[in-house]
Design a protein around this ligand. Structure first.
Ligand code: AMP
Length: 284
């Protein structure tokens, strides 16, 4: 594995790979790697001749500066884990390398970016779409890998790639969970033991909604109330949103008859967690 900090060096290495006709896969991350990230790396390794992992804690997608400051960082451990997954190029640019002097451009995926996570975290998705656009521009990969855990981010990236004619296939990977079903997240390490136990309510609430849908419930208002009330039954949870939406547009829907997404965000002891579940009715 080669560790690279400069865009020009990464480009040189990618040019070489292209000469050898190696398909290139990119996995963008902010580090503090867990099994969720590793599942993306494994899939990228299986699909491609050359795997690039990017590690950049992107300041422009943090609406809360203290969240950026407290974001977990462990470069030595991340490098070891990436090496263990046979990553070829480990790209860790500095802020200055990514946002050079005079940088003023941003990419904004209209509408989609203002809903749910975008409403709670103003500017978040402009930061995300701009940095992903840059990373795809730097690496011009055949494939890029994203987790369904950040469902809305995945939709933003998919929309951007279509709208800007970026010739990269976006590959989505299922959410990897802890034993109690909590979605793995780099932020989980910041939970106190009590909040860590309490946070399992998010996936429990989503399981309950899914089981009601599987039993034939289609009414979004009822499902939303079930989701919200279940999360609120845990007194440590400070609910941000609990909704049932269209899985592509993230707009609220009246019924899940033709599919829907249950999405939830809540804070536990100041640590903000998100989770979601695609709702499909079982065939009769
Ligand atoms: P992050 O480092 O949190 O920006 O995440 C980097 C990538 O890993 C994103 O595409 C995330 O959606 C994905 N990811 C994060 N957590 C998980 C998880 N629990 N399961 C699968 N993918 C994940």
């Amino acid at each position: 594995m080669q560790r690279i900090e400069e865009i020009a060096v990464l480009r040189d290495r990618l040019r070489e790979a292209r000469r050898q006709l190696l398909p290139v896969g990119v996995v963008p991350t902010m580090g503090a790697l867990h099994e969720g990230h590793l599942s993306l790396l494994r899939r990228a390794r299986a699909d491609n001749g050359l795997v690039v992992m990017t590690l950049f804690v992107n300041p422009t997608q943090f609406n809360d500066p203290s969240d950026y400051d407290r974001y977990p960082r462990d470069l030595a451990r991340d490098a070891q884990l990436a090496e263990g997954e046979s990553v070829d190029l480990f790209f860790i640019p500095s802020k200055e390398e990514m946002y050079g002097e005079g940088f003023v451009t941003s990419v904004s995926v209209g509408g989609l970016s203002d809903r749910l996570e975008g409403a709670s975290r103003p500017g978040h998705f402009v930061g995300v779409s701009t940095v992903v656009c840059k990373l795809l521009g730097i690496t011009t990969p055949d494939r890029a890998y994203f987790g369904e855990k950040d469902w809305q981010q995945l939709q933003v990236v998919r929309r951007m790639v279509v709208d800007l004619n970026i010739p990269t296939e976006i590959v989505a990977m299922p959410t990897v969970r802890e034993d109690d079903s909590l979605a793995m997240s780099s932020r989980n390490v910041r939970l106190s033991p009590e909040d860590r136990r309490a946070s399992a309510i998010l996936s429990k609430a989503l399981n309950l909604v899914e089981s009601h849908v599987n039993q034939g419930e289609e009414d979004s208002a009822l499902l939303t109330a079930l989701l919200r009330d279940t999360v609120l039954s845990e007194f440590r949870a400070v609910l941000d949103y609990a909704v049932v939406v269209d899985p592509e547009t993230m707009l609220e829907v009246d019924t899940v008859a033709s599919g829907g997404l249950a999405a939830v965000a809540a804070t536990f002891g100041g640590v903000r967690l998100i989770d979601n579940r695609l709702l499909r009715r079982k065939c009769p």
